[in-house]
Design a protein around this ligand. Sequence first.
Ligand code: GAR
Length: 264
Amino acid sequence: MSRKIRIGALISGGGTNLQAIIDACESGKIAGEMVFVGSDNPTAKGLERAARHGIPTFTVDYKAIAAKVREAPEKVSPPADFDINDVLLKQSLFSSHFDTEKMKAFMVIRAMAEDRMLEEMKARPFDLLVLAGFMKTLTPYFIDRVNTDPYDPRIMNIHPALLPAFPGLDGYGDTFRYGCKVGGCTVHFIDYGEDSGPIIGQRAFSIEKDDTEDTVKKKGLQLEWELYPECIRMFALGLIKIEKKSHTLKNGKIIERTVVRIEK
Ligand code: GAR
């Protein structure tokens, strides 16, 4: 039998996706073992779920770090290996029109929190990091320290919409308010943008006339609990490959996309 992969998870809230992944590991559906659960939110209910399964947990309180920096900016400094120019060049969380000083301040505070997160994770080696309702965007500082090989991405995310539609904080709400007739969820690898990395899997459901924002969310979550473990199962079996594809558009322009190929 091949070895189990080591899975780390980051969460911010209730952790129902986390639970589905833990259950799939315990039942043997995923050839994997959860080695830690980290959170930016000390009161995340998902931390209790992890503890119930004997999984080590840690918290890095992003809010407290940001408050400390704002209170006494002169007393804090970014991690020694943090390079603001490198981070600004790579990131696509903000458009180029965004205020540079504000962007720099955001990245410095984030990197300080991420540095603490990386420190916690160092003691717990992992093969895959899953974001399971983790509501903080990751900067290139963090991503580059986890993904050292561009053809071997190791950070997965689940998003409550059919990407690339409705990235951001409220995928189901945005889908519902737009009047979409179909909603869904997406599992993808993280890149330097917001919910923009290569798509691994998607599930869709129809939105009927008597659906509400609440029922849309319920329908979506049910599918998330199937989709996320399934994508992780395929990762554990080595079935997920990354490839770069070039396409020539009708206007002659050539675009390159990084996509996922699933080997059956
Ligand atoms: C899920 O719907 C997940 O897709 C979403 O947060 C919820 C977490 O629920 N994630 C995001 O919006 C990430 N941008 P859970 O804590 O019960 O798993």
